[in-house]
Design a protein around this ligand. Sequence first.
Ligand SMILES: *Cc1c(COP(=O)(O)O)cnc(C)c1O
Length: 208
Amino acid sequence: MLLLAVSKGRSAAELRTAHKLGLDHFGESYLQEAIEKISALADLPLCWHFIGALQANKTRLVAAHFDWAHSIDRLKIAQRLSAQRPANLPSLNVCLQVNIDNETNKAGVSPGEAQLLAKQIQALPNLNLRGLMAIPKADANQSTGHQSYAHMAELLKQLQQSPELAGSQLDTLSMGMSSDLEAAIEEGASIVRVGTALFGPRKPKTHQ
Ligand SMILES: *Cc1c(COP(=O)(O)O)cnc(C)c1O
């Protein structure tokens, strides 16, 4: 299991310290802030994950500077990332974001749409489809959190069993944050995305 250190709002100096303590995967949500840190820390062997909302105007920089994108929820964004991935870099690892609790105004494909989008994405040359990501309902209690995560594990299993997706490296469930990572791990998370529990509370974000 991978501990992804969610470092939005943290300075490059804080990340340098975190790296000395053994962390080398960092998750960022705000593109400009992330690009500055990636360039300031280019001397370190870090792996960068984009976990924020992905609009068309962000794909070029994500494709050029990140190793992973967790929040793909439509084909157009995937097509742009594939087309814009620089030729000298390996394929961009991607996860489909699933709106697992069917919340209105929440990003992500519905659970029923995940198969089709996965098949479309696996046909793109410069993306490596790794699995699924979710941010469950914020007010979920322990047991509904467990249910949502178990549903995610079930969806990943369906993808793994789909003959049309044979050959994809579908090994990833990106789920679980500071408040509920235990439940996510119990249901099979392979990447937990943890900010507050590692770095302390964040200051409120005022721009972007
Ligand atoms: C901020 C963020 C996290 C980390 O949240 P914490 O509660 O600080 O652990 C995880 N995933 C996503 C998508 C985020 O935006």
